[in-house]
Design a protein around this ligand. Structure first.
Ligand code: ZN
Length: 304
């Protein structure tokens, strides 16, 4: 039997003032239909659970009030999401995804004032370890944190060092990557505090999450479907906007910095080059303060 846990305050900033945007039972249409189609019938009937989406009136983030308990989360990530499908999807990722990883590794080496083999990197929520394998190929010292046993086992078979949060010493890393992780965490605030502690002074945390900037407007205008929104039931239990993500970071002692400008890499076809020039254009526009995304580089202050 799956149980639910209620989060009554904003899990991002802790404020208790909120506006409820959606409130329906998980057995009700359209959530029930979405769950059946998304998980392809591996999911049981979630009687008693509700999809309650709230907007925090203090920080502007969105969050789900009811989330699965630890047992439910284990079932969700190991059984309802079929690991086989997740693995295939990751390894069949189109070329630009891997070129993107390589570009990020080049940015890390530009940003951290040390030779690559002295740079210690943690992938927080490493999944199957694909990003870490790239970072290792760039010569960095890499470690991954991951809860899913099947993913941990796969990464270890690839010779990656997997750590638990209890193993990590304070000020251990120059760089922490958290790609599509913070939207899944029951306690994102605790996770951010841990990342801060694990970084060396001057260390950098990269957070990338789905952009929820248009969610409220879409719900209020009635122009939304569950599958098209970043606030997916059960999984995306926290949703940030570009502003709320920056607020979250600053509130916890980080400075938002610009990642080094790195050109698109080789090996791309014309359409993919256009796509990468788009990525570069976003980096430049963000430097000029013309545009904000939910991908941020955050720096822990230097000591003294
Ligand atoms: Zn908040």
């Amino acid at each position: 039997m799956v149980s639910f846990v209620t989060r009554s305050a904003c899990p991002i900033c802790g404020a208790a003032s909120e506006k409820i945007l959606i409130d329906m039972a998980l057995t009700e249409t359209p959530v029930a239909t979405y769950l059946k189609s998304y998980y392809g019938g591996t999911i049981p009937e979630l009687t008693g659970g509700r999809y309650i989406l709230a907007q925090c009136l203090c920080c502007g983030s969105l969050f789900q009030h009811e989330i699965l308990d630890d047992t439910g989360m284990d079932l969700l990530y190991e059984q309802w999401i079929r690991t086989e499908g997740s693995f295939q999807k990751k390894f069949a990722a189109p070329l630009p995804v891997r070129i993107g990883y390589a570009r990020q590794c080049a940015q890390i080496i530009r940003a951290v004032p040390r030779p690559p083999h002295e740079i210690r990197v943690l992938d927080f929520g490493m999944g199957w370890g694909t990003w870490l394998l790239m970072a290792r190929a760039f010569g960095m010292q890499v470690e991954g944190l991951e809860l899913s046993p099947s993913r941990v086992e796969y990464a270890q078979r690839n010779g990656l060092k997997v750590v638990t949060s209890a193993d990590i010493q304070p000020e251990a890393y120059h760089f922490i990557n958290a790609e599509q992780v913070f939207e899944h965490l029951p306690e994102p605030h605790e996770a951010l505090k841990s990342c801060y502690q694990w970084l060396k002074p001057g260390g950098i945390l990269r957070i990338a999450v789905p952009d929820g900037a248009k969610v409220v407007q879409r719900i209020e205008s009635g122009n939304w479907t569950i599958s098209e929104m970043p606030t997916m039931p059960l999984e995306h239990i926290n949703t940030f906007t570009p502003s709320s993500l920056r607020f979250f970071a600053r509130q916890n002692g980080f400075t938002v910095i610009h990642p080094p400008l790195v050109l698109p890499a080789f090996g791309l076809n014309t359409a993919e080059i256009r796509q990468f020039l788009g990525v570069l254009a976003v980096d430049i526009a963000s430097r000029l303060r013309l545009y904000k995304t939910t991908v941020v580089w955050l720096q822990k202050p230097n000591a003294g």
